[in-house]
Write a protein that binds this ligand. Structure first.
Ligand SMILES: Cc1ncc(C[n+]2csc(CCOP(=O)(O)OP(=O)(O)O)c2C)c(N)n1
Ligand SMILES: [Mg+2]
Length: 343
């Protein structure tokens, strides 16, 4: 059954701020980069260039771009396995992400992580985790470390709505609320955990309400609108940084592709009509039309940006294809990363 991805009505979207025009254009570029990258990754997978699992992020781009746009460079991020978009939006290069998907030594995890385990500690990007919900306590631990060291960083944890029925989710949220930790739990509710619709697996439909059990701030966010996403994230970041309090954001979004490369676009669990209906709120079209309507870009500029992005993705593909595989003597390196303590 197709419900709207739109969140409960909140404050009306404000007009675009001309002073932020460059940032707005960058958001569009980042979303286009993710889209074109994912299309190319899908193609490479079909050609056998990428092995293992591969979960595309197409349809959810505004969530990663809008939310990561509210963070500082030294904040910590941890994600599920559907994290190519987050890695790109955080600033890991398309070359390093594509090479990782190809299992090459030049990949961001040295070619040993693959699609589900993208890492770059220098950007505070601490995975890529394949086990549903397992990184929720890890993010909570990061937030505990931040509090212990008394810095003003924030930890962010991205996960799907299927993770909230996992015991680790509840244990982590309880501790974060009890200990007042600077963490943001960002649930990307795309309404399906593989082929299971949310309402078939969850007693509670509104995931945001789960925060009430832990007296935690929460919000439902329209994840197809990048500015709305950014504004909600800014509120959560502010709460974490200044008040040292956690937030649960339930972000309503939709994946346009199958769960993974082995799953067809609609399968038996959703209809073609539902997917087509959701595609009417394509986050890239929504945002580019908004920028054009507000006079911050014209159609030619959007086309030229898209072309530029496609060239970047093509370059990443060539780079990944030509890169060497990791050497055998690298098998046991990079198992643990040590971070330098800032005393
Ligand atoms: C603990 C655990 N159980 C089952 C799986 C198999 N599995 C992989 S993805 C997935 C669905 C997760 O859906 P959701 O959390 O909504 O994220 P989405 O794929 O929609 O981004 C499942 C059950 C797993 N990886 N880990
Ligand atoms: Mg899901």
């Amino acid at each position: 059954m197709a419900e709207s991805t739109a969140a409960r009505p909140k404050a009306k979207p404000k007009g675009l701020d001309p002073a932020r025009a460059e940032q707005y254009r960058q958001w569009l570029r980042q979303m286009l980069l993710i889209r074109r990258f994912e299309e190319k990754a899908g193609e490479a997978y079909s050609l056998g260039k990428i092995g293992g699992f591969c979960h595309l992020y197409i349809g959810q781009e505004a969530v990663a771009v809008g939310s990561l746009g509210a963070l500082d460079p030294d904040d910590y991020i941890t994600c599920s396995y559907r994290e190519h978009g987050h890695a790109l939006a955080r600033g890991i290069s398309a070359r390093a992400v594509m090479a990782e998907l190809f299992g090459k030594a030049t990949g961001c995890s040295g070619g040993k992580g693959g699609s589900m385990h993208l890492f770059d500690a220098s950007l505070g990007f601490l995975g890529g985790h394949a086990i549903v919900g397992a990184h929720i306590p890890i993010a909570t631990g990061m937030a505990f470390a931040i509090k212990y060291r008394n810095t003003s960083q924030v930890a962010v944890c991205y996960f799907g709505e299927a993770a909230v029925n996992n015991g680790a989710f509840h244990e982590a949220l309880n501790m974060a609320a009890l200990w007042k930790l600077p963490v943001i739990y960002l649930c990307e509710n795309n309404r399906y955990g593989m082929g299971t619709a949310l309402e078939r697996a969850s007693a509670l439909y509104d995931i945001s309400e789960r925060a009430c059990s832990y007296d935690m701030a929460n919000e439902v966010v329209d994840g197809q609108e990048v500015l709305t996403m950014n504004a909600a994230m800014e509120r959560a970041v502010q709460r974490a940084r200044t008040e040292k309090l956690p937030t649960l954001l339930e972000v309503r979004t939709y994946r346009f592709m199958g769960h993974s490369m082995s799953d067809p676009i609609h399968g038996h669990y959703r209809t073609r009509e539902e997917v087509e209906d959701q595609r009417k709120r394509d986050p890239i079209a929504v945002w580019s039309q908004r920028l054009i309507a507000d006079g911050l870009m014209d159609e030619a500029a959007v086309r030229s940006m898209d072309k530029d992005v496609m060239e970047e993705v093509e370059d990443a593909y060539q780079y990944a294809d030509e890169s060497p595989e990791p050497e055998l003597d690298q098998l046991y390196t990079d198992v643990y990363a040590e971070e330098e303590r800032k005393e």
